[in-house]
Design a protein around this ligand. Structure first.
Ligand code: PHE
Length: 458
């Protein structure tokens, strides 16, 4: 194990910010507010928190422990602790492949957010005063054969530029700036949103508990979302964990990362819904909310016609970029650990991922008629990664850590560096074993079966 040679995070805070940067992404900012409003407001938040405790915390700890113990990329990590077992190496490889696939379509959306920031800055967004006109613009922009590809390329170049610089000089340094900037913008937006007349209705839509909406589906959505938003199940956290030294407290870092991601998700809801309601718009879902409703809504906001839309889209760029570069790092780390040069690898991996992103981008234009089982290329990759690869990866990492590496070995890894865990060793070990061997894998198995479409839940 190349412990001496491997680059490590400069500080625990740098590690926390980079991992939080990976977690906080498009998923946290546009998806969480929407599904919360849809599936029961405050009641859904409670369900989400329960899922995070049952699944999010244990799986993240598994990944960090695996990474730090082996100081290797996902494939190397599984290989090192399984006696080079082929099956487990394949599981690690599945994570690397997930990074490749997710980044291909994530970068297309990342490109849209860059384009919208520029459109806001140049005042183009200010022309769309109704959701319909904003939507028309979105449809014609994404269907254009060249512009979305250009911005997809810009997004990939930014990711490559950061990963090129390495762990400390690239990833850590950039996140040290991006994450605080994200918080400042978000807080400014919340203050503006909550002081608009009529903001209360938005807060009510977002958070008023409605327990009748807590169906089995709501639980599954909560778990599935928790997985994607915390960047679990694909080795991103194994990779980031492999840059951690032995003095770092993995337990408290995990709690911080999860707290930051959840806080940003909640804050995004508080920044978005009061504005939507105060301006009398319809809280549509998903990309519709961001590209259809918000441009029209921002234009009616007092206090700078396009200031707020520029800030909002810039916020999305930051969030998407910090996540995107963690995806690229997973692929790069794998090849670097195989002995390739980091700089060349980052460029090549970025280029190949860009190529896979081309048909994703064109899915909204010239390729929109090409369907694979009823889904366009973009949706196919998203479905395959988010519903199959990630839940399967999450289930397997738990089984590996609980049963193959073993709960007591993995527990020692977590305890090293953490006084708190060390102090209550016996109690915590029992609890850890129960979660990582039984509870979490079982919950993950159910999620996998349902999300892969083997079983249906309404
Ligand atoms: N967590 C990111 C988001 O919320 C997406 C992501 C998934 C990033 C998996 C890395 C790995 O948008």
């Amino acid at each position: 194990m190349n412990q001496e040679k491997r680059e490590h995070w400069k500080s625990q805070i740098g590690f926390i910010l980079a991992s939080a940067g990976s977690a906080i992404g498009l998923g946290s900012i546009w998806r969480f507010p929407y599904i919360t409003g849809e599936y029961g407001g405050g009641a859904f938040v409670i369900v989400y928190l329960v899922c995070i405790v049952l699944i999010g915390i244990p799986v993240m700890l598994c990944e960090f422990a695996l990474g730090r113990r082996t100081q290797r990329d996902p494939v190397g990590a599984y290989a090192a602790l399984s006696g080079n077992n082929r099956f487990w190496k394949l599981v690690g490889f599945m994570g690397v492949a997930s990074g490749f696939i997710i980044l291909a379509y994530y970068s297309v959306v990342g490109g849209w957010t860059i384009a919208y920031t520029l459109k806001s800055l140049t005042g183009q967004i200010a022309q769309f005063t109704t959701p319909d006109s904003a939507w028309q613009e979105f449809l014609s922009f994404t269907a254009h054969p060249l512009w979305p590809l250009f911005f997809h390329a810009v997004f990939m170049v930014l990711c490559v530029a950061v990963v090129y610089g390495g762990v400390r000089k690239g990833i850590e340094r950039v996140n040290d700036v991006l994450m605080p900037a994200l918080f400042v913008i978000l807080i400014a937006m919340i203050i503006r949103a909550l002081t608009l007349p009529g903001a209360g209705a938005g807060v009510e839509f977002f958070l008023k508990p409605d327990f009748s909406k807590l169906t089995a589906k709501a639980w599954l959505i909560a778990i599935g979302h928790g997985f994607f938003t915390l960047s679990l199940g694909m080795g991103a956290m194994i990779t980031y964990g492999s840059y951690v030294d032995r003095k770092t407290d993995l337990w408290s870092a995990t709690l911080w990362i999860i707290f930051l991601d959840t806080a940003v998700s909640m804050m995004a809801g508080l920044a978005i819904f009061p504005v939507v309601f105060a301006m009398g718009a319809d809280p549509a879902g998903g990309p519709g909310l961001i590209f259809k409703v918000l441009p029209a809504v921002f234009n009616k906001m007092p206090g700078g016609t396009y200031l707020w839309s520029t800030l909002f889209f810039f916020l999305l760029v930051i969030a998407a970029l910090a996540s995107g570069l963690s995806l690229l790092e997973v692929v790069t780390a794998h090849l670097v650990d195989k002995g390739y040069d980091r700089k060349k690898t980052a460029v090549w991996a970025g280029f190949l991922i860009f190529l896979l992103g081309i048909p994703c981008s064109l899915s909204f234009g010239v390729l929109s008629e090409y369907k694979i089982f009823g889904r366009n290329f973009f949706d196919t990759l998203d479905y395959f990664a988010a519903n199959i690869l990630l839940p399967l990866g999450g289930l397997l990492v738990c089984v590996f850590v609980g049963w193959v590496w073993g709960s007591s070995h993995s527990f020692h890894e977590i305890a090293s560096g953490s006084e708190e865990v060390h102090e209550h060793k016996h109690k915590w070990l029992k609890c850890w074993s129960f979660f990582v061997r039984y509870l979490t894998p079982l919950a993950m198995a159910v999620v996998f079966i349902v999300s892969a479409g083997v079983m249906k839940v309404e």
